[in-house]
Design a binder for this molecule. Structure first.
Ligand code: SAM
Length: 326
């Protein structure tokens, strides 16, 4: 088992398989961001599988595919089954913006993936378009409903609420969690990359208060084995759940169990730090497994105790979220 300097066990790896995305969400991708990684700089699928095999040897048992947008990478339909077939992984899941979800559900199901996260910040077509800069709401929603009908569970809907942008939809998302079996995850907008800083941040306790005022008590749900940092609740009689992911108002670094691998082969110890360890160059030099193990140990060693954001210190982090994958 990988354990860092603050006694945290590391068992979760997020794999960003591409930096490209077919949406340009206002808080994630800078408006005219045309800088893309070159094809040759992106880890090939066989390289990703080698890294995951090493990670599993070291005790990683949970993987999440992310991007950019994972479904825009060519060959993902062949890669996913190879990944889920690896021995030692208890949980493989995926985060998507849902634009190509409908076309990929059969593949995901056949590969044994049952849990998905879909990012959707508005339930209204026009607002969805103004947040993502693309008119794909209907496609995304069809994908979510088809996933529900096919029995995917849980289906988590990631929602970033921003003041003056979509904060008037908090209660609509709350109602959705009452009427449908979706797990709504309110994620606090982090000041990361060029865009997010200028948007009005709303702390999750304000959202919680609005929901309770309208729908009554939120009943705490006991955390499950594969839970991330979300504090989970449900409304009495509700079909779904409400979760709060609050990196700023309720720092959860104490329980952080994750590493991230970027599409260009950088192992990141923390989403909100500029520290990174290059794994691509050694891979391409044909290094031995021992060297890759050392790289993992180094990344774990570099995990900071806590990220630098807080309600008092709302400073900006330089990285682009769209290239790390959340
Ligand atoms: N394309 C996929 C998707 O849309 O889910 C995966 C990548 S996306 C970067 C992963 C998650 O990061 C999304 O749920 C998105 O809302 C979230 N995200 C991006 N920028 C963020 C920010 N500044 N603060 C909080 N969450 C952010």
């Amino acid at each position: 088992m990988l354990v860092d300097g603050f006694n945290r066990g590391i068992s979760y790896l997020r794999l960003s398989i591409t930096d490209r995305c077919n949406l340009h969400c206002i808080y994630c991708v800078p408006p005219y961001d045309e800088r893309k990684l070159r094809h040759k700089d992106i880890l090939r699928y066989e390289e990703l599988l080698r890294v995951v095999r090493i990670a599993v040897k070291l005790g990683i048992n949970k993987i999440r595919l992310t991007g950019g947008e994972p479904f825009v990478r060519k060959g993902v339909g062949e890669f996913v089954p190879m990944l889920t077939a690896l021995k030692g992984l208890d949980d493989v899941s995926l985060t998507t913006n849902g634009v190509y979800l409908k076309d990929n559900l059969d593949m995901l199901k056949a590969a044994g993936i049952t849990r998905i996260n879909v990012s959707i910040d508005s339930l209204e077509r026009e607002r969805f378009k103004s947040i993502t800069r693309f008119d794909y709401f209907n496609r995304v929603w069809e994908g979510i409903e088809k996933a529900r009908d096919m029995g995917f569970s849980p289906i988590k809907l990631n929602v970033v609420i921003m003041k003056g942008v979509n904060d008037n939809e908090v209660l609509d998302f709350g109602r959705l969690a009452i009427e449908q079996p979706y797990y709504i995850r309110f994620i606090e907008c982090m000041p990361i990359g060029l865009q997010a800083n200028s948007l009005a941040f709303i702390p999750n306790p304000e959202i919680e208060k609005a929901l309770v005022n309208r729908f009554g008590r939120l009943i705490a749900v006991s955390p499950g084995q594969n839970d991330g940092p979300a504090r989970r609740f449900r409304f009495d009689g509700g079909e779904g759940e409400i979760g709060f992911i609050s990196p700023i108002s309720h720092c959860f670094c104490r329980d952080c169990n994750r590493l991230r691998l970027t599409a260009n082969g950088m192992l990141l110890p923390c989403l909100l730090s500029d520290r990174e360890v290059n794994i691509k160059d050694p891979l391409r030099r044909g290094c031995l497994d021992e060297e890759l193990i050392e790289i993992f140990l180094k990344a774990v060693d570099l995990k900071p105790e806590c990220h630098p954001l807080s309600l008092d210190n709302h400073r900006k982090v330089q990285r682009k979220m769209c290239s790390i994958g959340g």
